[in-house]
Each structure stands twice: as C-alpha cells, then as structure tokens.
Design a protein around this ligand. Sequence first.
Ligand code: AMP
Length: 139
Amino acid sequence: MEKSFVMIKPGFLEFEPQIVERLSKIGKITKRQKMKLNNEILAAHYHEHIGKPFYEGLCKYMKSGEVVGFQVEGEDGLVEKIREAVGSTKNPEKGTIRHDFGIGEITRNVIHASDSPKSGQEECNRMFEQINQFGIEIL
Ligand code: AMP
C-alpha cells in the first residue's frame, strides 16, 4: 500500500470537486483538511527548496490563502499514478490537473502531490498527525 499527500494550492479551491473526482479514480481519499499554512510548516514541507531563488516567492504564495490537503491511499504505484494525473511542474500535458485547471504559471501550479512513497508517508504524517506542532489551525 502507498500514501500520497495531495494539496490544492491557494486560489484553486473552486476546482476541488473535479480534482476529488480525478483522485478518487486512482485511490481512496482517507483524510481531508482545509488549512492556512505558515513559515514553519512550509520550511518542513519544502525543505529541499530552501535557499533556491524561487523559495521566498513560493512561501509567500503558499501563505496567501487557504489550501486543502488530502491523504490518498492505494495499491503500490499510487504515488506515481497521482503524479501522472497531476502533470509536470514546468510543462503539464493536456488532460492533467495542472494543465486543465491551471493558468500556466510554475509557482501557482494548482496542486502539490508527493514525489515518492517515502515522501508520501512523511508528508501525510506531518500534515495530518503532527499538524498541531506547527500551530496550524484546521478550518
Ligand atoms: P516540487 O517539490 O517539485 O513540488 O516543487 C515545489 C513547488 O515549487 C512547485 O510545485 C512549484 O510551485 C514551485 N517551483 C518549483 N520549481 C520552480 C521554479 N523553477 N520557479 C518557481 N517555482 C517553482
């Protein structure tokens, strides 16, 4: 079994029904929460990007509004299948979530999805089990 953490980014919550429909064809949504992120949780979630030129802008954007996070569970291969449905960061293909609901911007790219089964476990754990440690309010 695998887990993926999927998160609809600020400004795109209106597409939640369509996104849920697509995710539900791939795996089972077992947790959902709406929240507003802060610097502490973003530093943990995006730790590999700290110091990169786009990091500050990414955090500013991710704090600019509410997000909706999901835990999606399924058979082995789930994480990769969700990544395929989400589409690439830079050039998402037609039929992917980032293409179909996006506005063609790299930072405001509609949705996050875990990039490996290991990150899926870690991100779901952080975002659902350890969320209180970051002072995040569940909306
Ligand atoms: P990733 O860890 O690949 O999901 O990247 C994290 C997020 O950072 C992406 O989903 C984008 O929102 C943003 N991002 C990644 N690369 C760039 C970039 N070169 N310029 C601006 N934003 C980026």
